[in-house]
Ligand binder design. Structure first.
Ligand SMILES: [Zn+2]
Ligand SMILES: [Zn+2]
Length: 344
């Protein structure tokens, strides 16, 4: 069982700082009365001191999902929905390797979220963080035993200097979860693979500065699609299926805050959505409610997004592309997706 954090604002991670001013600031932060103030002050302290927190969506769509988060102390994957070779190649694009990972967080057992897990787990002794039912489902479908740090859905735990909060999402898997990752520079919400956004889900990701949000399909395009059987359409449209563009816009509107700065639209269907349509639906809604401070960015199935430097973003700087400058430009709707294998 992973250590469950009783105090979400644990500052022990900073205890090693030797600079007197830093220690003085930290001692002042600890005297703040509420945990929420603790956390905000902690993140502000890190931001001012330019602690680097970088976040890269390595790919997202119905054929595979994987993201990489790096702080000064911790390197994590969120889902492993590409082959082991693909994950290695995509990490290499940002000059990183799977050998340096501290853990892999898993949202649920569907293959577009775990297909590289067996390969990574067999080669690396990296801990895998998932709940019990998800672990059992993965072990059953892959015929392997996993090195798992099991968490209880709804609970929180720590990995290095990250605090991981988990919550249940409505989706047709064993025990699917979303995450709120509290990093030293800001919070990242993960909200993909859900049929509808419950009040609980919205409440749990409301502290996010960066939100990964599913915009799977356009309802009309899905209904008119001739490749999918009626039963599959019903599954996708159900309350335990996937979020449509309109539902994603609703969710983004609901969680809007002054702190939310960046929304990644993920898990787009190749056949039943168009990137420009997903972008337009969500972005127009945000403009309509006056949320012009939020940047909406599309993710891609076959290419990593440019890396987001969360510390720089909190200081008002734009997205940066560190390490290897070969990514395509950001925030441009890209309509030409290569073929996918999964009809979602
Ligand atoms: Zn999925
Ligand atoms: Zn799924």
């Amino acid at each position: 069982m992973t250590r469950v954090s009783k105090n979400p604002t644990d500052l022990q991670v900073l205890a090693g700082w030797e600079n007197f001013e830093c220690r003085l600031i930290l001692s002042l932060i600890k005297t703040l009365p509420s945990p929420e103030k603790h956390c905000r002050a902690w993140q502000r302290f890190h931001t001012v001191n330019r602690v680097s927190v970088q976040f890269t969506i390595l790919g997202s769509g119905s054929s595979g999902n994987c993201a990489y988060l790096e702080t000064s102390q911790t390197r994590l994957l969120i889902d492993a929905g590409f082959s082991g070779r693909q994950i290695r190649e995509r990490l290499a694009r940002i000059a990183r390797s799977p050998e340096r990972l501290d853990g892999i967080l898993i949202t649920h057992e569907h293959s577009d979220h775990v297909q590289g897990l067996a390969a990574l787990a067999s080669k690396l002794n990296v801990p895998i963080y998932c709940n019990r039912l998800t672990r059992e489902a993965i072990e059953s479908q892959m015929g392997i035993r996993l090195n798992c740090q099991t968490f209880i859905t709804g609970g929180a735990f720590e990995v290095g200097d990250l605090q991981v909060e988990t919550f249940s999402v409505p989706h047709d898997a064993s025990d699917p979860v979303g995450f709120l990752l509290r990093t030293p520079a800001g919070n990242i919400g993960f909200l993909t693979d859900l049929g509808h956004a419950t009040k609980l889900v919205l409440q749990r990701v409301r502290p996010a500065h960066v939100l990964v949000l599913e915009a799977n399909h356009d309802v009309k395009m899905l209904q008119e699609d001739i490749r999918r059987p009626w039963s599959l359409k019903q599954r996708i449209l159900s309350r335990h299926g996937h979020l449509s563009n309109d539902a994603a816009a609703d969710a983004a509107q609901e969680v809007m805050s002054a702190e939310l700065k960046h929304v990644f639209l993920g898990h787009l269907s190749r056949d039943c959505n168009r990137p420009e349509l997903a972008y337009k639906t969500v972005n127009e809604r945000l403009q309509k409610i006056g949320a012009s401070h939020v940047r909406v960015e599309l993710t891609e199935q076959h290419l990593p997004c440019p890396t987001l430097d969360i510390s720089a973003m909190q200081n008002g700087s734009a997205t940066v592309t560190p390490a290897v400058p070969e990514f395509p430009p950001t925030s441009v709707p890209r309509p030409d997706f290569p073929p996918q294998q999964v009809l979602l």
